[in-house]
Design a protein around this ligand. Sequence first.
Ligand code: IPE
Ligand code: IPE
Ligand code: MG
Length: 241
Amino acid sequence: MAKDYKQLIKNLDPAKIPQHIGIIMDGNGRWAKKRMQPRLFGHRAGAKAIRKVVELGVELKLKIITFYAFSTENWTRPADEVNGLLKLLIEYLTDEIPELNAQNIFVDFIGSEAGLDEDYLATIHSLAAQTHQNTGMKVNIAFNYGGRLEIIEAIKKLKPDEIEKLNPDNFGDYLYTAGQPDPDLIIRTSGEYRLSNFLIWQAAYSEIYITDTLWPDFDKIAFLNALLDFQSRKRRFGGIG
Ligand code: IPE
Ligand code: IPE
Ligand code: MG
């Protein structure tokens, strides 16, 4: 693995590293099922996979990684799975904060706060705040995130004079990702060919990379392969390139 890894890193063009990558971390349930384990076993393994991806992101000097952790539609899952996922988010952050600080990573949440338990929100925000002195890579955790709801919440914030001035270039200023570049690349694991309501406004011109690898198995080599594939694309943005 070490040799492959070095070779793959060498093949990357440092001038074409994406600024922002969005990751749809899918396949935890299937990973657990293959091992005849409960779904939460897969979610725990999935949480562990995040660290390696973050490490490589720092090494490659990415600006932002957005991890899709829990969608506005995921509330429809059985209560024990939902509760397990909510608990896991707190456990994950609590365990990872020393490492995130060691790597100078700023953690933030994107998603809706509507209807969420206030104590829960206060807990996750105070955990993220422990990284807010950091100046390096930004990690967005998309939690209770839905692209359609994000757009509706943005519209509801608009004042009449802002509506007047609205255009495709400034609408992003009202989204959860205000001030951040759109994702250059969106990675989805587990072989599903859909966005599932992830960054639907911001992904207008994102390159999309889908791998059959299930999220808990996604490692640095898998990440490098996604980046190399991205670097082989010709982005045209509607022009003739
Ligand atoms: C992704 O894994 C994690 C979340 C959606 C929270 P899944 O739980 O969707 O795993 P599969 O798709 O059932 O394998
Ligand atoms: C998308 O995965 C949401 C997250 C990864 C958090 P899902 O497993 O919820 O998506 P669908 O249901 O297959 O579209
Ligand atoms: Mg899934």
